[in-house]
Design a protein around this ligand. Sequence first.
Ligand code: ASP
Ligand code: MG
Length: 692
Amino acid sequence: MTKVLKFGGSSVADATAISRVLDIVEAEASSGKVILVCSAISGCTDALLSGAAESLERIRSRHLRIIGRLFTGEQREAAQKDIESLFAEMSAAPEAEKVTFGEIFSTRIIARKLSCEGFRTVWTDSRECVVKGDIPETYSRIRRAVSGDADIFVAPGFIASNPDGSVTTLGRGGSDYSAALYAAAVGADSVDIWTDVPGIMTANPKKAPLAKTVPLMSYSAALRMADGGAKVLYPPTVAPAREAGIGIRILNTFDPAAGGTLVSGEDCVPGWVGLADSEDGVITIVGGGEEDPADYVERAAETLRRSGIQPLSSEPSGCDLVIRVSPGILKEAVKVLHREFFEAAPVRNIRLFIAGAGAVASALLETVRKSAGLVAERTGKRLIVCGIASSKLSLVDKGGLPPEEAISALEESGDSLPFVEKVLQEEGEGAFFVDCTDSHTIYKDYERLLEKGFGVVSSNRRSFAVPFVSYAAIKAASLRSGSPLRYETTVGAALPVLESISRSTNSSDEIISIEAVVSCTLNRILSEYRAEESFSSLVKKAWEDGLTERDPRIDLGGRDALRKLLILAREAGLALEEQDVAIEPVTGGSLEGLDIEGVFAALEEREEYFAGLYHDASSRGLKLRFTATLERGAEPAIRLKAVDSRHPAYHLRGTENAIIIRSAFHPYPLVISGAGEGPGEAASSLLNDILK
Ligand code: ASP
Ligand code: MG
């Protein structure tokens, strides 16, 4: 019974690694004859090829260090002498032959060590037995060379001779092939390729961290993995083993107990075997047969698209699936495809029905497109846009719309049927109705959606600033049905405001006051206003930038702040109604009955009033902030407040918001501040609510 064991360069890189090799070889030698084939120590072949004096010197001293660690006394001296004379021989050798010495250095040291350990060891010169291109001659020479009476034959991999007797190599990585030739020649039980990876894996673990070792693989699948770019096994190795019916085991020197991969047999293993990739962006998903890869072409392409990757092509090739992507996104593509084809964890589909096709909806679609891969990886959830509607058109597509095409699909094939009715025809479980509109009637549909099992996620604050009974009814529907209702976006966009309030309320902490500087429009205008530029021009600019509501009076008159205050108060458990709040608008008088130009003109006439407010505050070192306050024992109010530099809202810039919450449990207020506006912030907040 003969075994062939082959160890690669990193398995013999230093004395510690070599000791591991010795342990493995000695264990195997106890049950039969061993042919040990080794590579040069790692980096050696490259150094010999470069020929640079420095690299050669480094290689020489690494070998001497290995000897110093492995041997003592006379043996050390003898080994040193041997290596020094081999180095001299190498220096004198013709340029083309220098590269063949790496395997001679390593195997000579290992053979000496094994004989020191008491094994009958024979160093076998592969230059004499492996004849490149002549298999029958190679086999008969190998048989002769290892026929002797020994426990272990130690042979250099990689090196061979040409039929004319000149020395050559079997190509980079060729030691695997040497091992297969030795194994086939003697009819070994198996050839064990010991390396520094756990076997052939379902993907390169540097690209797909959840890649697993494939325990069993046919010769043909192993070749296709190698062709595809999985560089574990040197491809020519397969032919001799396959012809002789010898299994190739790939094992990890650094984890000898792990099973590794057995490459053997012609039988196809049903299902997908593994995924190989090459630097130029070609990904091969190797199939074991049975499944028709043509059926999966679209699945692969679709998987990538969902993660925002546009494949260049996706097509079957024999048992395999070949997908091309641009090389820059190869790593991401491998990860995504590996997850789809090889990672068992089922991904849960979350279907989205998006009401609204304006800035927030567009930003949400873009966020879904961009973050799909990450979301799936972090949460195991896959977001699928199954419907979208504007105020005029609606579209539902069970199969899912690519996020980047959803709006154009709506324009092309939407119809005027009511969106909610269409959505209600669908399965509610695992689906969210996402309200990105500013409709003041849509809240009436929430209850039915919730009852049918749809989650409702909303950025539409009007839905929650409705009369308290309606608000309470929506909340009750969510509780009753168990369907989530989330609207964190309605106040302070992505800032975790409502969550902070409900946390306090739910933990029976009592909220003493909430001070909210939440009007982005007024925050920006007030933080820019210096009474040099006119107040009305700043309002106009905010309006032109789309920062104000369509009617800027909603902001100036405090309605927007009022809606936010109602939501905040209700979250804190107060049944606040609109009429309970005293509002002092920032208009300096009534703006009723005016058209938009009239509004700007009226503001223009009041410039002196605004300048007066500003100068009065700034002369006292104060800043004006439009503040909504809710305080125990006081009337809820929305008004301009002059704050000093100790106030958290003093330093707000641009459209920043600040919410200051004082509660009974905490001596200091909780201050939440940051960007409170913008479609991007709204979209990320909606996504958070969807994924919660
Ligand atoms: N030492 C050679 C190389 O680095 C052969 C081998 O390691 O398989 O390519
Ligand atoms: Mg190798």
